[in-house]
Design a binder for this molecule. Structure first.
Ligand code: HT7
Ligand code: ZN
Length: 877
């Protein structure tokens, strides 16, 4: 397959202003009559043939300006339809075609799953429904008429407002929807089926009443309250923080159980993976509630950043995704704890984006070429994309950022825009030059910033030398210096912040002390520093970089105990723990005795005893770096067994030293009474369950009994899952009994069963791979359902470092087998699963050889999808 390149972008030869669809639905044949109002693009004159995208369609008829065309006037092939000799001016083109929703297992285009007809058009699914210029810069007004058997599909939905509906002969009925806002085809949606509905309303700041509806499988209506509440809070927040109001009279969400990703922001008709809508205290964990809040908000925020202003082409994906992730992160920070949210976001960035940026799949936030666009919905585009917007926010400050955003909205509303348009609006609106900053969008790789600080006692100055390098990435051997905002603080002997008096040109746009590193090497000086300070660098993680410094264990311990910046306090704890753990991993490999970490334990004790700290923050402070994080820190010749053993041993050692403290925190953080998903109660449960995990790490019988008791008596899924997690990951007699009890209670609940699958797939115990294989035969498992694949196979491949990387390579072969089977069913999900191999070069030689062999076997297969082919070949490099 040939890559598509950004540099080859050109406007379309024709515009399409109106799309009129008449969709007649039946499970195995959906007939679509589409009438397009077409006009030539004046800037590309003289084109006499019109090429439309279309895939997997059966073409029945073509009409031009109402006249049926003979087959000599058009040509069909596997990727579309060409109409020859089209008129020089505007014309209408009607096509009649068929597709088969029941046979659509790829879940893109129009598909039937679980009895619901549903569409997924981003990025290029519309062409599987009907012929179209299926590209985001072609924006049209859509009118959609749906007809179906009423008994089969009593609810008929599409974008916009319902303008007509009625009953037809033979038990059929119809509904016609009109969306007045021009939109690209990827935002089109249609849903039909037997659905229950939960309704509410929202009054906008300007006094318009919006009808809010959540559609779910009948019987799930009692699980929609939290999503509805999150939606209303998101609507109010976008008005207050970004001045953005909702623009239609109705906003609908539909929850379906077969969905390739989390959710989709179709105009006025969001479609969700039901995992991110349905929640009840007994079925959903605190994390599920938090995810629902964030994703409902994210999709809602797309109404402005993505829908009203869309992307000119798919290379600009970060324009809507990075910006919208930034917006949803800010929303969550305002709804919950800002410090905890920042820690969670950086954790996520480091776990998923940093390895991507440092491996064979590295690409810029705005990629410059792709084979399959579905492979570019990545952590780089989304999470690093959000970090770039956050850096702009840091550089501009809240007020100027808002001015820039306002200008962006007024300049580009109703249009398809580019990253350049966004940066220009932010720069013009704020008066801040972002020309160097733009490099972040086209330069891949995680920059490494080196810091070396020195106190000059004679001058009473603190001198900070910073330098930056960015390692080469595929296709980009040389890198230019980036504009990197770095927030800093200096701590005095008592741990308090010293007043900062920078000498020369440092910026402090956000009120904090932010310096701009713009050159390869730069020196910053601070005066009136009367004693040797400890620097706190990159506070709040103001830039997505890897920072190294001349700080040692003593300084990290000091910052862990005192830093006033909560993010850096957590960072110091992670650094300190990581230093001990990497030392212990090396000690284990060399037959030496690992350290017990009494100094670290001492600070953890103080933190556990500090009543001024919020419980969720305490939980974050005491969780050790994950096994994958340690693998990244080691970087090469990674030995997964040594990492696992060292980390478990250190956990057990901390637990032995602090058993009484963990027990006390466990008892003090009980949340009696009615369950509430709010951040405060969730934080207490989080700390309590973290303590339970530590206690169980000692293997003491009383800790296991405590976990068993919690499992038996829990009245909410968070506590039940936490206890089951402890038991399922411990070699104890209670393990199988608890797993069986959970299964028997929840076997008919598909979302809860996903938790049961994932828990077993992430067990570090030997025999996990055989268990995963066995579970594939469980009646609740299906390769056709992406949530099942992610829960069982995905969790094993990406969240069980120890067992996926079994030294004989059986984990790799198993996952590869599933990737190939899945590629025939759903290439998008298959390619994503293959992402588990992206860091293969960091492991020790035996595992590397097994992984290479596995990847080569995949590449050698005859009929690979574009999706899997691209990931497999690029991963091999
Ligand atoms: N904009 C959406 C991205 C998306 C997607 C969603 C569901 C199924 C397939 C998809 N392909 C791309 C989701 C979002 O980021 O909001
Ligand atoms: Zn999005």
């Amino acid at each position: 397959p040939r890559p598509i390149a950004l540099k080859d972008y050109s406007e379309p030869d024709f515009w399409i202003d109106e799309v009129h669809l008449d969709v007649d639905l039946a499970p195995e044949t959906a007939q679509v009559r589409s009438t397009l109002a077409v006009r030539p693009n004046a800037s590309r004159p003289g084109k006499d043939s019109l090429r439309l995208d279309g895939e997997g369609l059966e073409l029945l008829e073509v009409h031009l300006n109402g006249e049926k065309l003979g087959p000599n006037r058009y040509q069909e092939d596997e990727s579309g339809l060409t109409i020859m000799e089209v008129p020089a001016g505007a014309f209408t083109l009607t096509t009649v075609s068929r597709c088969n929703p029941a046979a659509n297992t790829a879940l893109t285009g129009l598909y039937l799953a679980g009895g619901i007809f549903c569409t997924q058009c981003e990025a290029e699914g519309f062409r599987r429904i009907t012929y179209m210029l299926d590209r985001p810069d072609v924006m049209a007004v859509y009118r959609t008429r749906i007809t179906a058997e009423k008994a089969l599909a009593p609810v008929l939905l599409a974008n916009g407002n319902c303008v007509e509906s009625g009953v037809l002969e033979d038990g059929r009925h119809f509904a016609e929807w009109h969306d007045p806002y021009p939109k690209p085809s990827y935002l089109f949606a249609l849903v039909a089926g037997d659905l229950g509905c939960v309704r509410d309303a929202f009054t906008t700041a300007s006094g318009r009443e919006v009808d809010l509806r959540i559609y779910v499988e009948p019987g799930n209506e009692d699980r929609c309250a939290y999503a509805m509440d999150a939606l209303k809070r998101a609507m109010a927040w976008d008005e207050k923080v970004f001045g953005r109001e909702y623009d239609l009279d109705i906003f609908m969400i539909v929850a379906v159980s077969a969905f390739n990703m989390g959710a989709m922001e179709n105009k006025g008709l969001n479609i969700f993976n039901d995992k991110y809508i349905l929640a009840r205290p007994d079925t959903a964990t605190d994390l599920d509630f938090a995810n629902i809040e964030a994703i409902v908000a994210h999709e809602y925020f797309h109404n402005w950043t993505g829908n009203r202003i869309t992307c000119r082409d798919w290379f600009q994906l970060c324009l809507k995704e990075g910006l919208t992730v930034f917006r949803d992160q800010e929303f969550t920070a305002d709804m919950r704890s800002r410090a905890v949210k920042r820690i969670a976001d950086v954790r996520m960035l480091r776990t998923h984006q940093f390895p991507e940026d440092g491996g064979p799949l590295a690409h810029p936030v705005r990629p410059d070429a792709y084979i399959e666009i579905n492979n570019f919905y990545t952590a780089t585009v989304y999470e690093k994309g959000a970090e770039l917007v956050r850096m702009i926010y840091t550089l501009l400050g809240a007020e100027k950022f808002r001015k820039g955003m306002d200008l962006y909205f007024t300049r580009h509303d109703g249009r398809a825009a580019t990253v350049e348009d966004f940066l220009e609006a932010l720069s013009d609106g704020s008066g801040v030059d972002l020309s160097q900053f733009k490099r972040w969008y086209h330069q891949a790789g995680t920059p490494e910033v080196m810091a070396s600080g020195k106190w000059d006692g004679a001058q009473q100055e603190y001198v900070l030398q910073l330098s930056q390098v960015c390692p080469p990435t595929p296709g980009q051997p040389h890198k230019e210096p980036l504009h990197i905002p770095i927030e800093i603080g200096l701590l005095g002997e008592d741990g308090a912040d010293l007043p900062l008096s920078p000498i020369g040109g440092t910026a402090a746009a956000s009120g904090a002390h932010v310096i701009s590193l713009t050159k390869r090497e730069q020196t910053f000086r601070f005066k009136n520093v009367t004693a040797k300070p400890v620097p706190s660098l990159l506070r709040g993680f103001t830039a997505p970089v890897k920072l190294s410094s001349n700080l040692g264990e003593r300084e990290w311990a000091f910052l862990m105990a005192h830093d006033s910046d909560p993010f850096n306090r957590w960072e110091a704890a992670q650094k300190y723990a990581s230093m001990i753990l990497t030392g212990n991993i090396a000690a284990l490999s060399n037959g030496k005795i690992p350290r017990a970490g009494t100094g670290f334990a001492g600070i953890v004790r103080k933190i556990l005893n500090d009543p001024g700290l919020e419980p969720e923050f305490v939980a974050q402070m005491i969780v050790l770096p994950a096994e994958q994080t340690l693998a990244q820190a080691i970087g090469q010749d990674v030995d997964v067994e040594a990492i696992h053993s060292a980390r478990e041993a250190f956990r057990a050692s901390l637990a032995e030293q602090l058993y009484a403290e963990f027990e006390r925190a466990y008892n003090e953080n009980e949340t009696p009474g009615t369950y509430s998903p709010d951040a405060e109660a969730a934080g207490k449960r989080s700390l309590r369950n973290t303590c339970l995990g530590y206690m169980a790490a000692t293997g003491r019988a009383d800790a296991i009994a405590l976990a068993k008791n919690q499992f038996d008596t829990a009245d909410n899924m968070t506590d039940s899952m936490a206890a089951l997690g402890v038991l399922a990951h411990t070699d104890c007699p209670e393990r199988e009994e608890a797993l069986r009890a959970f299964h028997d209670r929840w076997k008919d609940d598909h979302l809860v069963m996903d938790k049961w699958f994932a828990l077993q797939a992430t067990s570090p115990l030997p025999g996990t791979l055989s268990r995963v294989r066995e579970l594939m035969a469980h009646p609740a498992f299906s390769l056709r359902n992406p949530n099942k694949v992610r829960a069982l196979i995905g969790s094993f491949a990406t969240a069980n470092q120890l067992r996926f990387h079994e030294s004989g390579g059986e984990g790799y072969r198993f996952v590869a087998e599933q990737v190939l089977a899945l590629d025939k069913i759903n290439p998008q999900v298959a390619a994503r699963l293959l992402g588990a191999f992206k860091s293969w070069r960091q492991f020790e030689p035996v595992r590397q050889a097994h992984m290479r062999e596995t990847l080569e076997r995949i590449v050698s297969q005859a009929e690979l999808s574009r999706d899997v082919y691209e990931i497999a070949t690029k991963t091999l490099g």
